[in-house]
Design a protein around this ligand. Structure first.
Ligand code: SAM
Length: 344
C-alpha cells in the first residue's frame, strides 16, 4: 500500500487527472473533448487540440471504417466467449446500474441492454459514434474518461473492453481501475476484457522477426514512447489487487488470428479476428508511427503494413493474441489507493 501511495504521489502535475465539475457525471471543464475531428492520412481522427501536451492522445481513427471494424471485433469477442457478454456473475434479472467504459459504437452496451431489460446501462465514449435508435434502458454520454470520474458508489457493474491494446490509457491502474473501484457500490463487479499487445504462436511457425510480430512490437514501442503503453493487459489482475480488490478472477483465452483452429468456436472467432486485425492495421499504425517515429505515410503503408497484411493473409497456424478477462467484486476489498490531493 505504501508503494502505491508513493507511486501516485510521485506523479507530476501534468500527469494528474484534472479535477472536474461534479455536475455532468464525469464532468467536462473545457471543450477539448468536443473539439471535433481532423483528417490525417485519409482517415478521420479526434482532434486533440491543445490537450496534446497533457497526453490526452488517442491514436486510432473514429471514422466509418473504424466503426465497422469495431462491430466485427465485437463478434470475435462474442464467439470466443461462447456468446457470453460477460463472465462476472452479475444478476441479469435485477435492476442494476451498469457503466461501459469507452463504449465505442456501443455494440456491447446495446447487446447487454437488450439481453437484460432491467439493467440501466450507461455507455461513455469521447467520440459521438453511437446509434440513436437504442433500447430504452441505455444512455450514451460523451466524455473524456481519463479525467476524474465523479461517480462514487453508483454502479453495480463496470465493464471495459479492447481499450488497452488500442492505447487508450496512460496509466490503466490510475485512470480506470482506481476510478472504477470508487464508482462501484459495495458488492459491485468490475470486469475487463482486454487484449495483449503481442502476436504469439506456440509451435514456432511465426518467427520473432516475422513482419507480424515485428509490427506488434513496433506498436508497443511507439505506444510506450507516446505515453500510451499497450502491452500491459497481463498486469491487470495485479493492479486490481493493488487498488484493493481481493478475490480477482482471471480467464486467460487465446484469440486465434485466422481460422486455423480445429475447434469450431475458435475457428469462427479467429475468422472474425483476422478480418478485424486486417482492418485495424492502418488505424493502429498510421498516426502512432508517424508521431512516435516520424515515419511518413508511404513508408508505413508500402514498406511495413503491406508485408504484415500479406502475412496475416497467409494464415500462420497457431498465431494468436491473448485475451484477458478479469473480474472482481468490491465487497472483497477495501480501497488501498490514495489519490493525490490535486485529483481530489
Ligand atoms: C477499440 S474502441 C473499444 C470500443 C468498445 N469498448 C468495444 O469493445 O466495442 C476504444 C474506444 O475508446 C474511446 N476512447 C479512447 N480514449 C478515451 C477517453 N479518454 N475517454 C473516452 N473514450 C475514449 C475511443 O473513442 C474508442 O471508441
Amino acid at each position: 500500500m505504501e508503494s502505491e501511495t508513493s507511486d501516485v504521489m510521485n506523479r507530476s502535475d501534468d500527469d494528474d487527472l484534472p479535477s472536474l465539475q461534479a455536475d455532468s457525471g464525469i464532468g467536462i471543464d473545457d471543450s477539448s473533448v468536443l473539439n471535433g475531428c481532423i483528417f490525417l492520412f485519409g482517415r478521420q481522427y479526434r482532434d486533440w487540440g491543445p490537450a496534446k501536451e497533457n497526453c490526452e492522445q488517442y491514436f486510432c481513427p473514429n471514422d466509418e471504417q473504424e466503426l465497422e471494424r469495431l462491430d466485427i471485433q465485437h463478434h470475435a469477442f462474442l464467439v470466443l466467449m461462447d456468446n457470453k457478454l460477460h463472465f462476472a456473475p452479475v444478476s441479469t434479472t435485477s435492476p442494476i446500474n451498469v457503466l461501459d467504459v469507452c463504449t465505442g459504437t456501443g455494440i456491447w452496451a446495446i447487446d447487454v441492454a437488450d439481453e437484460c431489460p432491467r439493467w440501466d446501462v450507461k455507455g461513455i465514449d469521447w467520440a459521438p459514434m453511437q446509434p440513436a435508435w437504442v433500447p430504452p434502458n441505455i444512455k450514451f454520454e460523451i466524455d473524456d474518461l481519463r479525467r476524474l470520474w465523479c461517480y462514487n458508489n453508483i454502479f453495480d457493474y463496470i465493464h471495459t473492453r479492447a481499450t488497452i491494446y488500442m492505447g487508450c490509457w496512460k496509466d490503466f491502474k490510475l485512470d480506470v481501475i482506481h476510478q472504477a473501484f470508487n464508482g462501484l457500490q459495495p458488492g459491485g463487479w468490475f470486469e475487463c476484457q482486454e487484449i495483449g499487445g503481442l502476436v504469439e504462436c506456440d509451435d514456432g511457425t511465426l518467427p520473432s522477426d516475422a513482419p507480424l510480430t515485428s509490427w506488434a512490437r513496433a506498436l508497443n514501442i511507439a505506444g510506450s514512447k507516446m505515453g500510451r503503453p499497450r502491452d500491459v493487459s497481463g498486469r491487470i489482475s495485479e493492479w486490481y489487487k493493488e487498488v484493493g480488490f481481493v478475490d480477482v478472477q482471471q480467464h486467460a483465452l487465446k484469440m486465434p488470428i485466422g481460422n486455423w483452429s480445429q475447434d469450431t468456436r475458435m475457428k469462427e472467432a479467429g475468422s472474425y479476428w483476422k478480418v478485424s486485425m486486417e482492418r485495424a492495421l492502418e488505424g493502429l499504425s498510421l498516426r502512432l508511427f508517424n508521431e512516435a517515429f516520424g515515419w511518413e505515410l508511404a513508408d508505413i503503408t508500402v514498406c511495413r503494413l503491406f508485408v504484415v497484411l500479406v502475412e496475416i493473409g497467409m494464415l500462420i497456424p497457431s498465431s494468436y493474441v491473448r485475451h484477458y478477462s478479469i473480474a472482481s467484486d468490491k465487497i472483497s476489498g477495501t480501497h488501498l489507493f490514495t489519490p493525490t490531493p490535486k485529483s481530489l
